[in-house]
Design a protein around this ligand. Sequence first.
Ligand code: FE2
Ligand code: FE2
Length: 333
Amino acid sequence: MRRKISTKQLTIGMFVELPVAWGKHPFLKNRFKIKDPEQIRKIRECNLTHILVDAALSDVAVPECTQTGDDEPLLDPKDQPVPERWNSDTLAPVELLEALNDTSMASDMKARAVYEHSRTMMERLFESPSAENIVTSKKVIASITDLVLADDETSSNLLRITSHDFYTYTHSVNVGVTALLLAKELFRDSDAHDLQELGAGFFLHDLGKVMVDPAVINKPGRLTDAEMAHMRIHPFQGFKILKQANALSDECRYIVLQHHEFHDGTGYPKRLKGNEIHRYARICCIADVFDALTSERSYKKAMKPFDALKLMRQQMSEHFDKELFAEFVLLFK
Ligand SMILES: [Fe+2]
Ligand SMILES: [Fe+2]
């Protein structure tokens, strides 16, 4: 699937793998899709004559073979050690911490800053999911939860500005915010629920995807049955990672383990039904499906929230806890 081509042949839309150590190029990742000419210029400035391009992940045709003339040996990036990039000091962007602590910031600006920089934090966590980073992210998510709980204006702004690309970290924040808003409504008059723990469970629900082959996660198209089976390891893997990190209460770990279980027993991994599924996981499931429908994929357009809710009510209602879904719809009134 990967082809070695000359850097002279690079075009926008190619999914490249840089054959140099992570510290020797200016990019955040060793593998990425080229989005603009500036990235091509920077790749060439790394003094590379050839580069690996993954044809399956590219949006454009990739030449079959290399151009002649440049015979420099090419190191496979898989042989290059990628350092642990993020640690507990660098995981949360400074801008996120500042926005969370800034009491004078206008509500819409605050929502945007918190949203954008939480995505960055989640992206970093998915790159470096160490136990220490999980614990750090949980502390920051607790502050985000406090913001959602305390400030109705910022939380409704957060719901409004969610973007809908296909990245796991964007999805994690969208589901985190949306599920928290539902939990806020449901548990408004109760102090029996630890919403900070719940927030962490919602934001981290897909953490197990770090154990899924990136080629499957990034596949620009529908998954085959085998790929889908592989993808379905993520709830249990996430549960296991969080248990090992000892970072979440038992019941909030069930959010991670059961967020793909459906009310009618047609979900996975255990095909649980109704009350066999933890209530917190039933909340997460609704937010998860809603975000999947309202997000863009290479094989489908994003649905508008109203259309997604309609489809969920008309064609998927058996998947959800009816009472929770009715409350979820009210969030968008
Ligand atoms: Fe998931
Ligand atoms: Fe998800």
